[in-house]
Design a protein around this ligand. Structure first.
Ligand code: AHR
Length: 486
């Protein structure tokens, strides 16, 4: 039996629109070629930003974009990326492929990109190889109105008004590529760095501490105990991998066993958030400090023949299900999760967009963000799911994952059928519906969109009907759907 019971009387609060955020690093072809091609490119662009990609990102309502990394953030020195482009410092991107980074995409370009997309910038500053002064002056450069030497540099570079950037990350993966720190040491570093990041004018900074990876509960405990009162939020990273970190498995060639294994592993996100939230509750019962999952998604072996340091992978219906699973989990934890950023927007890991020269492909994951966009800033509503089990061998999973919200009298339920080859008959109860409509993304588990051949797209869904006060839904195998109830 598959049954979803909604209880609009019960809610965990508003689903912060930033849960639908993205992450773009100076890695492979994410920034260069993916988002930014430069003003002189024959590829249609506005001030160097790809027009096709920006338009696609606008359509799914990207609310916030994290930059410049990732591991790259802790080797990035922002002053290398301002001023006339031809004079900017060239550096080796030691984290990602050893390629030369010419810094032609820097602070001004990132802020322009955010303006074009219509999203908030989230800047991750360098703690690993940077200084407190460097971060403090970056904040000043972006946010201050005063005529200090730092601000005058901004004016000279063509920007009079401050941007008022709110979201600031203090280091990335400081337990790993961001400096291999111990939590006790990083907690003190966070306290020191955040002290000198000032609020300018009306802009109040939102200070984000580097949190743990998946099940490192000790990192969370130490950070919350020693530095919790100085932060607005703390991060969590968790990537879904099918194999192990040496052989992660192919994005497109996988068995049924791999398929279910990946989906089961992806659902570990729920356990990690639940257990990290419990630690946060101990030190912050009022839930003042947000949890930001600022790196998540599937990570496979790179596509054959591509640079191993560029992390370029295809994106199948399996990834669409992973996106649906995670977004439903975030919605259900909206009392603590205030932002999430899929890794990474274009051409890297679980991207929403792939590019090749002047061509662009929208991945199945893109379409899931389209199906889920009505949840942004809507009121979460309790959604109890009774579901059958599907799977292969030891990898057994619930067949249905779902979450629900309400905005302006309209209820949105998003759901996925995780079965590779089994239809799901779902009954949905708990609301008085006058009308029900749906949209769906469906396909065989290996299917993907490629250049010149994009079979997967969102379609109208006629498999949901009103019957004796309930809604009856016939969900095809391997699909993600949005049901709209009025
Ligand atoms: O997203 C790729 C990398 O994964 C990021 O640079 C790093 O933060 C994480 O380990």
């Amino acid at each position: 039996m598959n049954k979803i019971t909604l209880n609009p009387e019960r809610s965990r609060g508003v689903i912060n629109k930033n849960i639908y955020g993205h992450f773009s690093e100076h890695l492979g072809r994410c920034i260069y070629q993916g988002l930014f091609v430069g003003k002189d490119s024959p590829i249609p662009n506005v001030n160097g930003m790809r027009k096709d990609v920006v338009d696609a990102l606008k359509k799914i309502g990207v609310p916030v974009l994290r930059w410049p990394g990732g591991c790259f953030a802790d080797e990035y020195h922002w002053e290398d990326g301002i001023g006339p482009q031809e004079g900017r410092k060239r550096m080796v991107n030691t984290n990602w492929g050893g390629v030369v980074e010419d810094n032609s995409f820097g602070t001004h370009e990132f802020l322009e990109l955010c303006e074009q997309i219509g999203c908030e910038p989230y800047i991750n500053a360098n703690v690993g190889s940077g200084t407190v002064r460097e971060m403090a002056e970056w904040v000043e450069y972006l946010n201050s109105e005063g005529d200090s030497t730092v601000v005058k540099k901004r004016w000279a570079n063509g920007r009079k008004e401050p941007w008022g950037v709110k979201y600031w990350g203090v280091g990335n993966e400081s337990w790993g590529c961001g400096g291999n720190m111990r939590p006790e040491y990083y907690a003190d570093e966070f306290r020191r760095y955040q002290t000198y990041c000032r609020n300018y004018g009306k802009n109040k900074l939102y200070r984000i501490a580097c949190g743990p990876t998946d099940r490192d509960y000790n990192w969370m405990e130490v950070l919350m105990e020693r530095a919790g009162r100085f932060m607005d939020a703390i991060t969590l990273h968790y990537y879904t991998i099918c194999g192990d970190w040496t052989v992660k498995g192919s994005a497109t060639e996988f068995t049924l066993h791999d398929f279910y294994k990946t989906l089961v592993r992806s659902q570990d996100m729920d356990e990690f958030i639940t257990r990290h939230s419990a630690i946060m509750d101990k030190y912050d019962p009022e839930k003042r400090v947000g949890l930001i999952v600022d790196e998540w998604g599937a990570w496979y072996d790179v596509e054959p023949g591509t640079n191993p340091g560029f992390l370029y992978q295809q994106n199948t219906m399996r990834d669409a299900l992973i996106a649906a699973i995670n977004l439903n989990i975030f919605n259900r934890h909206c009392d603590r999760v205030v932002m999430a950023n899929l890794a990474q927007t274009v051409n890297v890991l679980q991207s929403v967009v792939l590019t090749e020269g002047d061509q662009m492909v929208l991945t199945p994951t893109y379409h899931v963000f389209d199906l889920y966009k009505a949840h942004q800033d809507a009121n979460e509503i309790d959604c109890y799911v009774q579901t059958e089990t599907v799977g292969e061998g030891e990898w057994q999973t619930r067949q249905i994952t779902a979450s629900a919200s309400e905005k302006d009298g309209v209820i949105t339920v998003t759901m996925a059928n995780l079965a590779a080859d089994k239809l799901a008959a779902v009954t949905l109860e708990g609301v008085n519906a006058a009308s029900v409509t749906g949209r769906i993304l469906k396909g065989e588990m290996h299917q993907y969109n490629d250049f010149g051949d994009s079979p997967l797209a969102v379609e109208a869904f006629d498999g949901c009907t009103l019957k004796n006060g309930s809604i009856v839904i016939e969900l095809p195998a391997c699909c993600v759907a949005e049901i709209t109830i009025k």
